[in-house]
Design a protein around this ligand. Structure first.
Ligand code: BV8
Ligand code: ZN
Length: 234
């Protein structure tokens, strides 16, 4: 069993999604400005502040029943979690195999020599433009996340393609299925005759192609999804 998750699975934990018009992370900033290499080159202090703020937000949230259900499925099946999320709520809920396609909010590196950064991180209750720390090579310290126009981490991508291609069922939860190449993974499963179940209160570009859709929030749908699978797939 493979789970492909997006920001929606963390919404009920209080982590803002990206596209939600009111509360979404991208309702306040231009995503291609703040999550792109161009944006970083133009104003690193603004990008740095925004990621430190999201890092700070993560200290105040807990996994929800959706994350916990996915972790509990490991008692019944071999579960692989492919996530676009840069939070660590799947791991904190107990999931053992989690592949972060778009990196992590809890890793930082030099944008020149790529050395990992272990230094202090100031608390950022509000995103206030702040000088980025400097590496001894003179490079700037950046979050280890994948920005638009950047390649995904090779190992996480390969493990994700294998996990989707070898799955008996793929659960796609809490994603708008717009950002590629992640959004191409359910298509890969369907092309291999693997059932794809979409869990999302709203329709997405994947909905029509999905084997089945469950129009419920993740923390409501996932705890009983395993029992419902036979009726959902019949
Ligand atoms: C690349 C990390 C090439 C940073 C992110 C093909 C076609 C078109 C465009 C492209 C293409 N291939 C590549 C592109 C360009 C681009 C792209 O896809 N653009 C899109 C916008 C059209 N892709 C890239 O640039 C990728 N890189 O292609 O590199 C390359 C190759 C080799 C060498 C060099 C370069 C990199 C993309 C990664 C960007 N980084 N995040 C950060 O987190 O800040 S993307 C970011 O946005 C997230 O990680 C996530 O992937 C995406 C947001 O989507 P979701 O997670 O789905 O969140 P969203 O808010 O949109 O939706 C939430 C959903 O949940 C909604 O549907 C809602 O209804 C639902 N929901 C709400 N509440 C609940 C719920 N569901 C369940 N329960 C609830 N309670
Ligand atoms: Zn460096």
């Amino acid at each position: 069993m493979t789970v492909l998750s997006g920001a929606g699975i963390s919404a009920e934990s209080g982590v803002p999604t990206f596209r939600d018009v009111e509360t979404g992370l991208w309702s306040k900033v231009d995503p291609y400005e703040i999550s792109s290499t161009q944006g970083w080159q133009r104003h690193p202090e603004k990008v740095w502040a925004w990621y430190l703020w999201r890092h700070y937000l993560m200290q105040g949230v807990q996994p929800n029943d959706g994350h916990r259900a996915v972790a509990a499925w490991e008692d019944h099946a071999e579960v692989h979690v492919v996530t676009q999320n840069v939070d660590n709520l799947h791991e904190r809920a107990g999931s053992q195999r989690v592949y972060h396609l778009h990196g992590s909010l809890f890793e930082f590196r030099c944008d020149r020599c790529q050395d990992e950064y272990q230094g202090e991180l100031p608390d950022m209750p509000e995103p206030v433009e702040t000088e980025t720390p400097q590496c001894r090579c003179g490079g700037l310290i950046r979050p280890n996340v994948v920005w638009f126009g950047e390649a995904l981490p090779e190992s996480a991508w390969q493990k994700s393609v294998d996990a989707v291609g070898n799955a008996d069922v793929v659960i796609v939860v809490g994603t708008s299925s717009i950002v590629y190449p992640a959004a191409g993974l359910p298509e890969l499963a369907l092309a291999n005759g693997i059932p794809v179940i979409e869990v999302n209160p709203e329709p997405t570009p994947l909905s029509n192609a999905a084997t089945a859709t469950v129009r419920e929030p993740a923390a409501v749908a996932l705890p009983t999804l395993l029992q419902r699978l036979p009726s959902i797939l019949s």
